[in-house]
Design a protein around this ligand. Structure first.
Ligand code: PLP
Length: 377
């Protein structure tokens, strides 16, 4: 059996090797390292794939979130509501811009922001909601958009883990995640579903005016050369990363289907396990791209299982072990423990198994057998 990895990027590289090597060679020879034709071509190809009017590439997914908030003109004192159970980047940029993060609880069944908790947290100072399509599962966008319209709020989708995921609207139509709110953001960190070979990110929007503002912000606030109209940042995707992403984008649906196939096999193997809650997927639905395959364990020594898997050379992850509202950087007297029953429980019960495009049946059987062995001993 091949060694099991949490994320296997070597296997994926083998299939696109020639295209990537040739492309990188061309970039080096052209010396168009920054803002070259590769970046522009990738931008167009991603716009087409997502069905969104504007993609603005940038340096990473954290910058993408920050720039989106700057583009919307959010100001110190504005409150921004986001999930307590997510990667810290989401709340970090809110705090960094001097905005007030308001963390709320998530749903136990899909780990995404809880609509009722969002509604309870809205005050006259609230300006935006940041749903995160956590682990690749779509958040309840119709409900979030309705709430945002009712209270006149912006919606910024953190789609770093959800690229390629399709949200099924209540009217039966579908949209790619990241294209539903006022603005969406993603990360091309190597382990993400669409990852480059370094750092990268992008911002999506259908709003022409916002796209224009953001294009200036990523480039030092310049709309005309050496005229700095607003305070901007320096955040660019480089041509080498764009070349890698152009090689991978045509395979993204295949990659995501490979993740779904692995997820289905995991879920089947755990079907009879009463102590294991497998990820929820709706019938016939492509709403999940399985950035992570995350189990919730009931009445199981989660940390013991982590050690057991490690002893069998099976990597696993605990995403995330501490709720954001309990992190030193984001603690606040306004928070009340009683408002976070789900997150406080999930951090103790969740475990993510290896998930990538190269998992084979033998590996999946080895992993699921090891989990079951621990649970039944
Ligand atoms: C990875 C990630 C980010 C940050 O992306 P970087 O490219 O690493 O800056 C933001 N939000 C979520 C939910 C992520 O998973």
């Amino acid at each position: 059996m091949r060694k099991i990895q949490m994320v296997d990027l070597q296997g994926q590289f083998e299939e696109i090797k020639d295209q990537v090597n040739d492309g990188l060679q061309k970039v080096i020879e052209s010396a168009a390292f920054i803002n070259g034709p590769e970046v522009h071509a990738f931008q167009k190809e991603l716009e087409e794939y997502l069905g969104v009017k504007h993609v603005i590439p940038c340096a990473n997914g954290t910058d993408a979130l920050q720039i989106a908030m700057m583009g919307l003109g959010l100001k110190p004192g504005d409150e921004v509501i986001t999930a307590d159970f997510t990667f810290a980047a989401t709340v970090e940029v809110i705090a960094l811009l001097g905005l007030t993060p308001v963390l709320v609880d998530v749903n136990p069944y899909n780990f995404n922001i809880d609509i009722d908790a969002v509604e309870r947290a809205i005050t006259p100072k609230t300006k935006a909601i940041v749903p995160v399509h956590l682990f690749g599962q779509t958040a309840a966008m119709d409900e979030i958009m309705a709430l945002a319209r009712k209270h006149d709020l912006y919606v910024i989708e953190d789609n770093a883990q959800g690229i390629g995921s399709n949200y099924l609207h209540s009217n039966g139509t579908k949209s790619k995640t990241g294209t539903i709110g006022n603005v969406g953001t993603t990360s091309f960190f190597p382990s993400k579903n669409l990852g480059c070979y370094g750092d990268g990110g992008a911002i999506f929007t259908n709003d022409d005016d916002l796209a224009h503002i953001i294009r200036g912000i990523v480039n030092h606030g310049m709309y005309e050369r050496y005229h700095h109209d607003v305070v901007g940042v320096n955040s660019r995707l480089d041509s080498m990363q764009a070349t890698v992403l152009r090689a991978k984008l045509p395979h993204l649906d295949t990659y995501n289907n490979a993740r779904r196939a692995a997820a289905r096999k995991y879920t089947q193997a755990f079907a009879a396990e009463e102590k294991i809650i497998t990820p929820l997927v709706c019938d016939n639905c492509d709403c999940h791209v399985f950035h992570q395959y995350t189990l919730v364990l009931k009445d199981v020594d989660r940390d013991g299982l982590v050690k057991h898997l490690q002893s069998k050379d099976i990597p696993c992850g605990v995403y995330y072990p501490i709720p954001l509202h309990k992190q030193k950087a984001y603690q606040d007297d306004r928070y009340n423990e009683a408002d976070f029953p789900v997150t406080n429980q999930l951090v103790k019960e969740c475990i993510s198994l290896p998930m990538h495009t190269e998992l084979d049946d033998e590996q999946i059987a080895y992993i699921t057998d090891a989990v079951k062995e621990f649970i039944h001993r």
